[in-house]
Design a protein around this ligand. Structure first.
Ligand SMILES: Nc1ncnc2c1ncn2[C@@H]1O[C@H](COP(=O)(O)OP(=O)(O)OP(=O)(O)O)[C@@H](O)[C@H]1O
Length: 227
């Protein structure tokens, strides 16, 4: 189980999350909805172990996460797919490099990259192209393949299909569903598209409420100006 409880995240004076909570069980799809700016992506990054919260705790399969900077194998337990693939890849990489990167970093057989490319519908002529030579949909397919490469136990899909057409969206959701059914992975799907979340999660959707901005701290009595 991937559990985040009492998560508080503050950027400067802005409290983005205030005791937020979400839990994803193995094999489950959880939808995460909420208005723009309420902190969905921030919570997704906390769950993906990329952002250390100011407060609260994350527990991964019974183990509390303490060492946020440590590149331990548990990092590979949670895969993350971002909304904008162009911001999520090195522009010098070919699509095959994108998929191969986590395999290489974790000393896994690279042959798996070709299988993943095929599963995601990336034909061989696309493998050697760089991000500027492919469509957003083709690049996102490579990013999904990259996220699946190390067979994560949990997958966080942050607005994964927002910018894509309906058929590419359906294809990517179907690939992740096939992966979930085969491996029993848990999925957190973040989106503005409530219909997509309802359909994908079978109605298992959490709504994240926006927090109020932190109020200016009142000056202590003794420090009050005489003006
Ligand atoms: N690294 C950061 N530094 C400062 N502020 C940040 C940072 N990351 C996010 N924020 C702010 O936190 C708030 C929540 O951002 P977040 O991206 O989590 O919202 P969201 O609910 O995913 O929004 P959207 O649905 O529009 O993608 C926003 O006001 C954003 O500007």
């Amino acid at each position: 189980m991937l559990e985040a409880t009492d998560i508080t995240v503050t950027f400067g004076r802005h409290r983005v999350l205030d005791r937020a909570a979400v839990t994803v069980s193995p094999g489950e799809v959880v939808g995460l909805a909420g208005p723009s700016g309420c902190g969905k992506s921030t919570l997704a990054r906390v769950l993906a172990l990329l952002l250390r919260p100011s407060g609260g705790r994350v527990v991964l399969d019974g183990q509390p996460v303490h060492r946020w900077r440590h590149r331990a194998p548990r990092r590979t337990a949670v895969g993350l797919i971002f909304q904008q693939p162009r911001l999520a890849v090195d522009p010098r990489f070919t699509l095959l490099d994108v998929i191969t990167e986590p395999l290489r970093a974790n000393r896994r057989p690279l042959t798996r990259a070709h299988e993943l490319a095929e599963e995601l519908g990336l034909t061989p002529e696309l493998h050697s192209r760089r991000p500027h030579e492919v469509s957003d949909g083709q690049l996102q397919r490579a990013c999904v393949a990259r996220a699946l490469a190390l067979e994560p136990r949990y997958l966080i899909c942050d607005e994964m299909t927002t910018m894509l057409d309906a058929s590419t969206q359906a294809h990517l959701v179907a690939r992740i569903e096939a992966y979930r059914e085969r491996t029993g992975a848990g999925v957190l799907a973040v989106s503005h598209d409530i219909e997509l979340l309802e359909r994908w999660s079978g109605g298992n959707v959490r709504e994240l409420a926006p927090t109020l901005p932190i109020k200016e701290a009142a000056p202590a009595t003794g420090e009050r100006s005489s003006a």
